[in-house]
Design a protein around this ligand. Structure first.
Ligand SMILES: NC(=O)c1ccc[n+]([C@@H]2O[C@H](COP(=O)([O-])OP(=O)(O)OC[C@H]3O[C@@H](n4cnc5c(N)ncnc54)[C@H](OP(=O)(O)O)[C@@H]3O)[C@@H](O)[C@H]2O)c1
Length: 263
């Protein structure tokens, strides 16, 4: 089965492409540096030729409110229209647990717009809502600075390893479209400030993390359970401690900052 992975060079995309190939699928990594640009449509028709499934794990290079909205709306419109022309049978998109509750954040308004286009479109779909990736914890500190300190709300979340995200997305991609949302999450709950503090300590990053009940999560007010998945979430196996002991966790992150610079 030919599966095109949009954002196939990114953190989740590169893992997903490898896992799909290991399972014998023809997986194509589509991204600007492989000649496919979902914003302009460049290379899309060729990449999607004879594809059965398209998995969108791309992300906007800029998280500025207007730029990220433009990215997810334009990319998704282009993708769905090229997919219809090529007869694609399943559109899979990766989004975030709690997206619908985070409307105060420009990033999440853009993800809501992406999901709305998919739901209203003609291609059978599966939207995967994942919790925060362990790989994103340092990035979360970076976007939560107030002066020299990191301010985070001490609310619950249930983060997961990018490897487990990729496996779950891969299983969903080769299955039947659910025409709805599937939630995936990690095996344990933590308080956001606590885990970011542990992650920074593991990197010998000296920044202080303050538990601040008034701090926002990427611009959105959150309460105790806003970031938690529901009871039916599929859980990944990798615990935070296991992930932390892996060589990949020794570097700040394996992927890129929203600005496009190396972290
Ligand atoms: N971070 C989290 O904790 C979290 C949690 C749940 C869900 N998610 C979702 O997971 C998804 C993937 O995140 P990630 O961290 O794996 O992303 P990432 O590492 O930043 O990768 C982004 C990918 O998108 C590609 N891309 C950028 N502009 C493009 C364009 N115009 N056309 C085609 N491809 C383009 C990039 O290609 P180049 O490398 O060529 O630029 C790259 O392959 C996002 O949609 C995010 O909302 C994230």
């Amino acid at each position: 089965m030919k599966i095109v992975v949009i954002g196939g060079t990114g953190l989740i995309g590169s893992k997903l492409v490898n896992q799909l190939r290991e399972h014998g699928h023809e997986a194509v990594a589509a991204a600007p540096n492989t000649g496919v640009n979902t914003l302009t449509g460049e290379g899309l028709a060729e990449a999607l030729k004879d594809a059965s499934v398209v998995v969108d794990v791309s992300n906007s290079p800029s998280w500025d409110d207007a730029a990220v909205l433009n990215f997810f709306e334009t990319s998704t419109r282009n993708l769905l229209s090229y997919e219809a022309a090529e007869g694609v049978r399943h559109h899979v998109a990766l989004s975030v647990v709690g997206t619908e509750r985070l409307t105060e954040s420009g990033y999440f308004r853009a993800k809501i717009a992406q999901e709305k286009l998919i739901k209203e479109g003609s291609i059978p779909y599966s939207i995967v809502h994942a919790t925060q990736f362990y790989e994103f914890l340092k990035g979360l500190a970076d976007i939560s600075m107030a002066g020299d300190t990191v301010h985070l709300p001490p609310v619950l979340f249930q983060p997961m390893a990018a490897d487990d995200v990729a496996s779950a997305v891969g299983r969903i991609a080769v299955g039947q479209p659910v025409n709805g949302i599937v939630e995936i999450a990690g095996p344990e709950q933590f308080r956001v400030d606590e885990l970011v503090r542990r992650r920074l300590a593991s990197l010998e990053d000296p920044r202080e993390v303050i538990a601040d009940p008034n701090a926002r999560y990427d611009g959105a007010k959150v309460s105790e359970k806003t970031l938690l998945p529901g009871n039916n979430a599929r859980l990944g196996e990798t615990s935070f401690e296991t992930w932390l002991s892996q060589p990949a966790a020794q570097i700040p992150t394996a992927h890129r900052q929203p600005t496009g610079e190396a972290w």
